[in-house]
Design a protein around this ligand. Sequence first.
Ligand SMILES: Cc1ncc(COP(=O)(O)O)c(C=O)c1O
Length: 427
Amino acid sequence: MSVEERTASERVLDARMRYVSRGVSTPALVVERAEGARVWDVDGREYLDFGGGIACQNLGHGPETVVRAIHEQADRFLHQCFMVGMYEPYVEVCRRLSESWPSPRDDVKSLLVNSGAEAIENAVKIARAATGRSAVVVFDRAFHGRTNLTMAMTSKLVYKQGFGPLAADVHRAPAPYPYRGVSTEDALHGLELLFKQDVAPASVACVVLEPVQGEGGFIPMPIEFVQALRRICDEHGIVFVADEVQSGCGRTGTMWAIERLGVEPDLIVSGKTLGGGLPLAGVSGRAELMDAPHPGGLGGTFGGNPLSCAAACAVLDALADPGFRARADHVEALLRARLETIAAASPLVGELRGLGTMLALELRDPSPDAAKAVTAAALAKGLILLSCGLYGNVLRLLPPLTATDEELARGLDLLEEALGDASTGAA
Ligand SMILES: Cc1ncc(COP(=O)(O)O)c(C=O)c1O
C-alpha cells in the first residue's frame, strides 16, 4: 500500500514503530482532539472516553476554567523553578491542598512534584527523615510507579522484570481481596507475620496503601482493614501514607477516598487529575512531618510548574464546589444501577465492585484474554475502556464525572455490547 493510501492513524503508528521505544505500550488510537467526555482520532472517528488518560480527567477534557487559567499563566511566564523564583500559584495549590485535608487542621503543608511516582518517592523520603527509619511496607497488587524505588514498591512483574537491582528495604504484606478469598483477617495476619519474619515494626518508616487499589484491580480496601492499619501505625510510630494518585481528586465522590473510610492518614500523595491534564503531583501532611527534611532535601527543576499549578488551582476549586459531590453521587448511582444489570447478564463477569465512581467489573477468568477482547471490541465500537488487575482481567471505568447522563448511558451500552461480543467470540 502506498504511503498516500494509509490512514492518518496508520501513518502515525508507522512512525511510532520507527521512532518510539517499544517499552512504552500503546493502543491503536491516535488522538487529534478531546473535549469533555469525547475524543476524536486523526481520522475523524469519535470516541467516548471511559479511560480519562488513566484517571487524569475526572473533570473531563479541557474544562473551561482550567484551560483559561493555563492561558492566563502562559501569558505571564512558563517556568521559574520554585527554588530560583517563587510564584503564587505553587503556594496557592498548597493552600488549597491544606484546605482539602480530610479533617480540620491548620498545620498541613505540601510539596509539589511532576508525577505520582516522584511524589511517592518523596513521601518515603519525608517519612524516613521524620522517623530516622528506613523500611517501607507495601501491599500485594500495589502500584506506586515505575522509578527505581517505586518499581520495588509496585507489585507486578511487567513493571520490574529485568530492571533490577531493585531498591532495598521494601517489604510486601497481603492486602484484602474478598473476591479471590483474601479477608481482612488474612491480610492482618500476613502483616503480623511480616513483622515477625522479615522486618521489625520499629524499623518501619512508613506503610504505603492505596485506599482503593488502582492498577491492582480497583479493589476498595475494607474499612476494618484500613482502621486496623491506622492503629498498628500509631502503636509503632509508623507513618501512614495514603496513595491517592488514582483514587483521589474526587474520583470516589469525596476529595480523597480515605475520607470514606473514617481514617486520617499521616501523608496523602496526590497526582493525575490534580493537574487537570498537566503533570503535577503532591505530598501533603502535618508540618511536623513535612518539615522533617532539611532545606534543599526536596525539590526539582520542574516540580510545581507554574502552568500545572494554575491548572490545579482551577481543578481544586471545581472539586471543592458542593455541586461536584452532588454530581459524583448521581454518576455513581447511574453507573452502579446499570453495571449491576450488565454484570448479572454477562457470563464473563464475576464481580462488580468499587467505591464512589471508581467502579470496575472483574471477569471470572484470571487471565487477560477476555478483558483484552472486551477492550478491543469497545474501542472498535467507539468506547475507550481500560483494563487493570494483577491478572489483567478487570475492566475499570474512569469516565469524567462531568459527562452527561446520555454519554454515560451510551458508554455503558457500548460496554455491554463489547462484553456480549467477547462472550460469543465475535470480538
Ligand atoms: C496509585 C498510583 N500511585 C502512583 C502512580 C504513579 O503515577 P505516575 O504515573 O504519575 O508516576 C500511579 C499511576 O498510575 C497510581 O495509580
